[in-house]
Ligand binder design. Structure first.
Ligand code: PMP
Ligand code: GLN
Length: 381
């Protein structure tokens, strides 16, 4: 009964791997969610909000307190100014922000540019909007951007480029030079950009996150999407947002009002306070905790014989299975779950059908887990 548009996408790999992990009693390093809670103060903020009557529908584009906090965050972190009431739309996680933006902006027959490997929702969203996908494979291990090849994909119907920076699953943080190249191309061809920056605070080894919207000519053509899920380790709260020029955010809002209308009110109120309350010291600690876990996971996977390159962003490590097996990574992932009771994510799901061989070399391991969890995974492997 599934529509023709959605049928090719089946069940998300995240649900599939988490179900298999549960069935086999495996440690779940497949799905990217922390196995620890975010700051307890934020729970109090939510309880207080409920006690204070933040319990009915919020303003559709977001609770005033939260859109103001988001605008202040952009100004503090990146020196960019946005009108909180017109240029911010609060969404049910980044997932809905991406969906509402794609559905609000695209017409059937428009083309969307993607880079593979991509977060799995992007091609499904393009399909829901009746758009077609053109995509550039970023090649492992360094996932460098070949601008000429990207440029060659642009045609008269190309309307939108979806960027993910820092990048899931590779952990790549795009360099300023790469971002400038993309920006020039988008300006030259009058493309819009939907920039998924959910890992904006998870960068390591001196890598600096630069929002593409901050580059010349880009503010007016970019929607930036982020989410508190990663920053506050509360992925289940699903508070995200889309920020951009009024005209583009109006397109996101046009879809958002009919997808969910508004996002849970007390959790928006709690996140507004969390953004103000947790500053540089908190983010510095988050980064250094994750750096320690990244290093542990990289060392562990190398010790076990995987081919590993060190990610500069996100909370994922890619591991090349070829030194260990001739099997495709998807099959090897099943062996790991069954025999070692450790779940990793087969990266083939982040590629289009014709490009899966590239992904069949790679498994993604998440390090957004307690050290005890990572240590237990090391024992089992
Ligand atoms: N984009 C990327 C690149 C992600 O990795 C994720 C989730 N891990 C999302 C979007 C979805 O974010 P949310 O949970 O806020 O919907
Ligand atoms: N974004 C998370 C990941 O990459 C999972 C999101 C989901 O389960 N849909 O693992």
């Amino acid at each position: 009964m599934i529509s023709k548009r959605l049928e090719p996408f089946g069940t998300s790999i995240f649900s599939t791997m988490t179900r298999l992990a549960q069935e086999h009693g495996a440690i779940n390093l497949a799905q990217g969610f922390p196995d620890f809670d975010g700051p307890r103060e934020i729970f109090d903020f939510a309880r207080e909000a409920m006690d204070q009557g933040y319990n009915q529908y919020a303003r559709s584009m977001g609770l005033p307190e939260l859109v103001e906090s988001v605008a202040r965050h952009f100004s503090r972190a990146y020196g960019m100014s946005f009108d909180p009431m017109r240029e911010v739309c609060v969404t049910t996680g980044a997932t809905e922000g991406l969906a509402a933006s794609v559905l609000g902006l695209l017409n059937p027959g428009d083309e969307v540019l993607l880079m593979e490997p991509f977060y799995d929702s992007y091609p499904a969203l393009a399909a829901m909007a009746g758009a077609t996908v053109k995509s550039l494979v970023l090649e492992s291990p360094d996932f460098a951007l070949d601008l000429d090849r990207l440029q060659a994909l642009v045609g008269p119907r190309t309307r939108l480029l979806i960027l993910n920076n820092p990048h899931n699953p590779s952990g790549k943080v795009f360099s300023e030079e790469e971002l400038q190249g993309i920006a020039k191309l988008c300006v030259a061809h009058d493309l819009l950009v939907l920039s998924d920056e959910v890992y904006e605070f998870l960068t390591y080894d001196g890598a600096r996150h630069i929002p593409i919207a901050s580059l010349p000519g880009m503010r007016e053509r970019t929607l930036t999407v982020s989410s508190t899920g990663k920053t506050f380790s509360l992925t289940g709260w699903k508070i995200g947002w889309v920020v951009g020029p009024e005209e583009l955010v109006a397109a996101t809002q046009a879809a958002h009002q009919f997808l969910t209308f508004a996002v849970t009110t007390p959790f928006q109120a709690a996140m507004a306070r969390a953004i103000e309350h947790f500053g540089q010291a908190f983010l510095g600690e988050l980064r250094s905790d994750y750096l320690e876990r990244r290093n542990f996971l990289v060392d562990m996977l190398r010790e076990k014989g995987f081919g590993v390159s060190v990610p500069k962003g996100s909370y994922f490590v890619l591991a090349d299975v070829r030194p260990l097996t001739e099997k495709p990574a998807t099959e090897f992932a099943m062996d790991l779950i069954r025999e070692k009771r450790v779940a990793a994510l087969p990266v083939a799901s982040f590629y289009l059908e014709g490009q899966k061989t590239e992904g069949e070399r790679l498994l993604r391991f998440a390090f957004c887990k307690r050290m005890e969890t990572l240590e237990a995974a090391r024992e089992r492997l």
